[in-house]
Design a protein around this ligand. Structure first.
Ligand SMILES: Cc1cc2nc3c(=O)[nH]c(=O)nc-3n(C[C@H](O)[C@H](O)[C@H](O)COP(=O)(O)OP(=O)(O)OC[C@H]3O[C@@H](n4cnc5c(N)ncnc54)[C@H](O)[C@@H]3O)c2cc1C
Length: 403
């Protein structure tokens, strides 16, 4: 999503944009996203979603509280206002594609393999064709080719747990889930390093709606086929407080999306001047490489989205941070031209985003440590509700930078 969001942001600031995508077409991800207030604010700042904004396609998720697997409360919901918005990924994708307007050239089936490290003008190549530009935005996900090239010191560390998401379509959702008389509009359960949360998506009349759930279990990503993964999930979560068992029973193997959870450490330098990168690329931060932007001629490379800040999925901040990146880009590039002012804008972007990402990442790591604690007393899970609240509060702090 960060590539679409950034391309739209650049196009709206008057840039001519080429979007390079490895897949044979632009595809929405499967399942859904939970957008926290920062993500909703960032999409609004980007001007996406028309008059109703992203709220028009999302479902408000109330404060859920947290239960133990046996149903006892770890923390009761406080009845406060909705805390997040559940949005089907197809709806989010459609909104981002609509936001591209007609100024973005889309080239699919292009797998970028390298940057042009020896020239003063930024460029990328798929081994056959080279694309040059004033600015190259690396939005190529956690396994980013661009980041490996530009900031090789940042590496992906396994999150230590496996994670699945699914949307069960309404026609398969058990009757009692999400109705006033039955199970609430959502729920969150934590115990012995396992976690299960769910939220209602749309109402029963909606075609794309259903129930969105996320399950996490310790260990590595599972290589087995989805049928076996589902069997394992049903076994691990057997006996958990309703409706966990009902939801897993209603899930089909093809609903499952397994996500490889990784944490990028350290957070890479986000802005890279064009030109030889042998020394700059190895730098892991600090002000010197940013200052080098001013002398490196016009333009450079930027990293956004998971390429810049892949992090544990427990806090669900991937989509929100990607939206913040694009909103910040749109603001810092407003009225900017290649040359000096572009270099300054890229330095501004890096300054604004680095501090923010480091702050969110440190809270997410604390949350992970608590969630992954195991054992009879599972002390960590007692702290998890407070840490979940803290991460949500830190995420919600974000405001678009002043124009
Ligand atoms: C399998 C998976 C499922 C997920 N599901 C959810 C979910 O349901 N809900 C949720 O909240 N979060 C989910 N996430 C996390 C979330 O998608 C991301 O945190 C967030 O959307 C930011 O993604 P991104 O656009 O930066 O990267 P990505 O979503 O990984 O997108 C990167 C894009 O770059 C393209 N690309 C990669 N390499 C190249 C290359 N060399 N050349 C050209 N193009 C390239 C890819 O094809 C892709 O389109 C998921 C992540 C993964 C990996």
């Amino acid at each position: 999503m960060s590539g679409l969001a950034a391309a739209g942001a650049l196009a709206r600031t008057g840039w001519t944009v080429t979007l390079l995508e490895r897949a044979d077409r632009l595809r929405p991800g499967r399942a859904a996203v939970l957008l926290w207030p920062n993500g909703v604010r960032a999409l609004a700042s980007l001007g996406l979603g028309g008059a109703g904004g992203v709220e028009a396609v999302g479902t408000a998720v109330p404060a859920l509280g947290v239960r133990r697997p046996d149903g006892r409360w770890l923390q009761q919901p406080d009845g406060s206002a909705p805390v997040a918005l559940a949005v089907h990924r197809t709806d989010l994708h459609d909104m981002l594609v609509a936001g591209l307007g007609d100024q973005v050239e889309i080239c699919t089936g292009v797998s970028i393999r390298t940057t042009r490290p020896t020239t003063r003008r930024p460029g990328v190549s798929d081994g056959t064709t080279t694309w040059e530009a004033d600015l190259i935005v690396g939005a190529d996900g956690a396994d980013s080719v661009l980041r490996r090239r530009l900031a090789p010191a940042s590496t992906l560390v396994s999150g230590g747990y496996a994670l699945w998401r699914a949307v069960i379509p309404w026609y398969r959702v058990p009757e009692q889930v999400g109705t006033a008389a039955g199970t609430a509009a959502g729920g969150e359960l934590i115990g012995d390093a396992h976690r299960f949360s769910y939220a209602v998506l749309g109402d029963r009349a909606e075609k794309r709606g259903g129930v969105y759930w996320v399950a996490a279990a310790p260990g590595a990503a599972r290589p087995e086929p989805p049928e076996t993964q589902l069997t394992l999930l049903r076994r691990w979560f057997a006996g958990w407080h309703p409706p966990v068992g009902d939801l897993l029973a209603a899930t089909d193997p093809e609903d499952l999306v397994q996500e490889t959870v990784r944490d990028l450490r350290p957070v890479p330098k986000l802005a890279h001047p064009a030109g030889p990168i042998s020394s700059q690329g190895r730098s892991t931060g600090g002000s010197a490489p940013l200052r080098a932007l001013a002398t490196a001629g016009p333009g450079g490379y930027l990293l956004v989205g998971d390429a810049a800040h892949a992090m544990s999925a427990h806090a669900g901040q991937g989509p929100g941070l990607a939206a913040e990146d694009a909103a910040t880009l749109q603001i810092v590039l407003h009225g900017v031209v290649p040359g000096g002012s572009l270099s300054e804008a890229l330095a501004d972007y890096a300054r604004l985003r680095s501090a923010r990402i480091a702050r969110v990442a440190s809270h997410v790591r604390r949350l992970d440590a608590a969630l992954h604690s195991r054992g009879r007393f599972s002390v960590g899970s007692r702290f998890a509700p407070r840490l979940l609240e803290r991460v949500a509060a830190v995420a919600a702090e974000w405001q678009p930078p002043a124009r």
